[in-house]
Design a protein around this ligand. Structure first.
Ligand SMILES: Nc1ncnc2c1ncn2[C@@H]1O[C@H](COP(=O)(O)OP(=O)(O)OP(=O)(O)O)[C@@H](O)[C@H]1O
Length: 335
């Protein structure tokens, strides 16, 4: 039995003047999932997230959280959503504890619960040692942890984090990734945006790709990485010996093979067909002709998957959203 749905988005659109910032977006998020929202700058991620967080009114479409319409019941939705925006305005003369205390009161918490909640989120985000520090003196990583702490204070089940890892150094990114894993272990559902594919790939169970306002793909990571493409299955192949010359020559002479790249003693090559018999026959012949010591299906890198979907579409039988406009030049997120 599959996990219950938490969020259902259907036909969601939002324009600013003539610009369609979000165009007929549809997708679902299941309870306990960590979902990445990927797209280049200006793809519409923030606008989509702001609509989910009840901060922006959709022009059309529906958002249902636990079955309740978010536009019709914004108060209910807000009590279930933790929102972390992609900007932070530090207040002057305010300490970490005062800042979190303020947001806990804004959530309507009574005094006793408030003290516990503030201590708890400071412990979780490792800010307890900085509780008396002025917030305009925090480092970027500490500031992001404070924003996350603020988002967690109401103990909402659904967390929407807009570019939470932007500007963090590698150590702070790793710490942030660990926090995401811990939140998932606590049963939270997360939607996290980024324009950096590799960043989200490590944290997410599923990815939603956006381009020019349109959701062009949503699906789980496994499917995305193994999805068969028009160029067939890709394999990583190693042969005994110091170089890959014989293997490259074999691949060049056989019909249907295309070398994608060569790395030290390994060649990644795609065979044109995904037909099991044909693939098996090729691999048998390869092993007969050359001293193969290893071959296995290559995981598609996320960047490849993203570009492939931009060019060929998601490959799903009946897209639940409008396909990306064919006139638009696809832009590729930086990795
Ligand atoms: N309030 C607004 N008024 C007018 N245009 C807007 C407004 N908010 C967003 N836009 C435009 O809508 C488009 C989508 O913006 P949005 O911020 O949602 O993209 P994004 O994917 O979050 O980009 P980024 O990664 O740069 O944050 C952009 O062209 C942006 O300029």
């Amino acid at each position: 039995m599959s996990t219950p749905l938490l969020l259902e988005v259907s036909g969601l659109s939002k324009s600013f003047g003539p610009l369609k910032a979000v165009n007929n977006a549809s997708f679902v998020i299941r309870q306990g999932q960590v979902v990445g929202l990927i797209g280049s700058n200006g793809a519409g991620k923030t606008t989509l997230m702001r609509m989910l967080a009840t901060l922006e009114m959709p022009d059309s479409g529906h958002i249902r959280l636990n079955g309740a319409d978010v536009v019709d019941h914004p108060e209910l939705a807000r009590s279930r959503i933790g929102w972390m925006p992609d900007y932070f305005h530090p207040y002057k003369n305010t300490s970490v504890r005062e800042y979190l205390d303020f947001f806990a009161r804004a959530c309507g918490m009574g005094r006793e619960r408030l003290l516990d909640a503030v201590d708890e989120v400071m412990d979780f985000t490792e800010l307890a040692g900085l509780q008396n520090q002025m917030i305009d003196k925090l480092s970027k990583g500490q500031t992001q942890r404070l924003c996350l702490a603020r988002t967690l204070i109401s103990d909402a089940q659904f967390l929407i984090l807009d570019e939470p890892a932007a500007g963090l150094d590698p150590k702070a990114r790793l710490e942030f990734k660990n926090l995401v894993h811990l939140l998932k272990a606590r049963g939270k559902t997360l939607l996290i945006s980024s324009h950096i594919l590799s960043e989200l790939g490590e944290m997410c169970d599923a990815l939603i790709f956006m381009n020019a306002g349109t959701v062009i793909h949503d699906g789980n990571m496994e499917d995305l990485l193994h999805r068969q493409t028009e160029s067939g299955y890709a394999f990583e192949i190693r042969t005994a010996g110091d170089d890959t010359a014989s293997l490259e020559e074999w691949l060049a002479l056989r019909r249907g093979w295309k070398v994608r790249h060569v790395q030290q003693q390994k060649v990644v090559a795609a065979f044109v067909s995904c037909e099991p018999e044909a693939v098996a026959a090729e691999l048998r012949q390869l092993c007969l002709d050359l001293p193969v010591i290893d071959f296995h299906r290559s995981e598609r890198r996320l960047e490849e998957a993203f570009v492939d979907i931009l060019i060929h579409g998601s490959g799903e039988p009946a897209p639940r959203q409008n396909p990306a406009s064919s006139q638009e030049t696809p832009s590729i997120p930086a990795s």
